[in-house]
Design a protein around this ligand. Structure first.
Ligand SMILES: Nc1nc2c(ncn2[C@@H]2O[C@H](COP(=O)(O)OP(=O)(O)OP(=O)(O)O)[C@@H](O)[C@H]2O)c(=O)[nH]1
Ligand SMILES: [Mg+2]
Length: 400
């Protein structure tokens, strides 16, 4: 049983390690001046790579040392623009880039040329996923853009799946606003237009998901920004799913620890330590790390609110603790099982409430902790959770 539990713990640990230290390498590739450097900047929301209207901004001389920047566990690789000439060098570059990257974004700013198509084939031949980004889409009308996308999809038919071809605007031209005041004076101002790379990010996430690389991507800064958009929603769902798995692992561990701990006082003690450990881990899943002390205070707040709201269950817990202390033999086993299930339930509640608090960006919302705890308790079917608890604990014990 101990081994089975420690196995669960180490798989949780491995999951967290991947979230924290998992590395992802993402490269851009394409003709000169299509906006490769700009696209990387747009993805991470920071100007890390030099971009300019001059052709060949990212120089060929940098080829040996391609510019690589780390941004929260994701490594972005900027490459010099391809020339129309130089087929051999292009081949070599394409091979090298796929050797280093988990995923390549091929950037074009119009129809794809024969030499670009050749380079794309070389990239694909290395077996790495490739996305084709049609950049500078702000320079086209929506009809032109759609027509270009269709042409690109036709030309890459059989090479790329149509949904791997996406229109973006890494660095759109500012909007020119002309204002005329009462006196008839004209003033023109330029209003910056934000980059449009969300569709690309969504597709990136899908590919990483399909490759089993979402854990490594979870805290990568290109997915961490702006939780209000569609991408953020997907990331949040992934966090919730992982959080749920983590909470269940802790619930079983606590159920068993409590069921087998001979001293009721120690039961409650061990129980609290397990809950706090769970909250610390959960906070890392949400990339909002809490110290043990902070996790301890959070757990205390939740337990206090929950205890106030579900007095009877806690009473049962305590009664059962008392029973266990005062009797020996068979009754210990019987009450221990029930107690374990209740311990599981209480940890489940703590996990759900802490998860909600973290998912809301470390906030209780307007109703405070009381309302969140109440909503969680109302949403949980106690009998189902208790039945899950018994089944999962028994399954674990059966492994002995
Ligand atoms: N209108 C428009 N211009 C863009 C967009 N993205 C990039 N540009 C411009 O295109 C020019 C080239 O951008 P870079 O990011 O330097 O292109 P690059 O592919 O890295 O160029 P090299 O490193 O020289 O191969 C710059 O002037 C950018 O401002 C876009 O979405 N719309
Ligand atoms: Mg560049």
């Amino acid at each position: 049983m101990r081994e089975a539990l420690s196995h669960d713990y180490s798989s949780v640990q491995a999951m967290l390690d991947k979230i924290e230290h998992g590395h992802l390498h993402l490269a851009v590739f394409g003709r000169v001046s299509t906006g490769k450097s700009s696209l990387l900047n747009a993805l991470i929301g920071e100007k890390r790579f030099a971009a300019s209207p001059l052709h060949g901004e990212t120089r060929l001389s940098e080829m040996e040392a391609w510019k690589e920047e780390e941004a929260g566990g994701v490594f972005l690789i900027d490459t010099p623009g391809l020339d129309e000439a130089g087929g051999e060098q292009r081949e070599a570059m394409a091979k090298e880039v796929t050797g280093r990257a988990d995923l390549v974004i091929f950037v074009v700013d119009g129809d794809i040329t024969e030499s670009e198509l050749a380079a794309l084939k070389t990239l694909l031949a290395q077996g790495r996923p490739v996305l084709l980004a049609l950049n500078k889409s702000d320079l086209f009308t929506s009809e032109q853009r759609d027509r270009l996308l269709t042409v690109l999809r036709e030309r890459t038919d059989g090479l790329l799946s149509p949904d791997h071809i996406i229109a973006v605007a890494a660095d759109p031209r500012p909007q020119v606003v002309v204002e005329i005041d009462e006196a008839g004076n004209e003033t023109t101002t330029e209003r910056p237009v934000p980059p449009d790379v969300d569709a690309l990010k969504l597709r990136l996430w899908d590919i990483l998901d399909a490759e089993g690389k979402t854990l490594a991507a979870l805290n990568a800064s290109l997915f961490a920004a702006d939780l209000s958009d569609q991408v953020g929603q997907r990331i949040l769902e992934a966090r919730k799913e992982i959080g749920e798995r983590l909470v269940r692992t802790y619930c079983v561990a606590k159920g068993i620890a409590v069921a087998f701990n001979p001293l009721p006082v120690a039961d409650l003690f061990a129980a609290a330590a397990i809950d706090v450990g769970m909250v610390v881990h959960l906070s890392r899943v949400y990339d909002l790390p809490l110290s043990r002390k902070e996790a301890g205070s959070l757990t205390r707040v939740i337990v206090a609110e929950a205890a106030a709201l579900m007095g009877t269950v806690w009473a049962v817990h305590l009664v059962s603790s008392a029973l266990k202390a005062g009797t020996v033999g068979l009754s210990t086993v019987v009450t221990a099982g029930a107690q374990g299930a209740i311990a599981y339930y209480s940890t489940y509640v703590v996990g759900q409430v802490a998860g909600r608090y973290l998912a809301q960006g470390k906030s209780w919302g307007d109703g405070g902790p009381k309302l969140v705890v109440k909503q969680i308790l109302d949403s949980l079917d106690r009998d189902t959770v208790l039945a899950d608890a018994k089944r999962e604990i028994q399954a674990k014990l059966g492994l002995r």
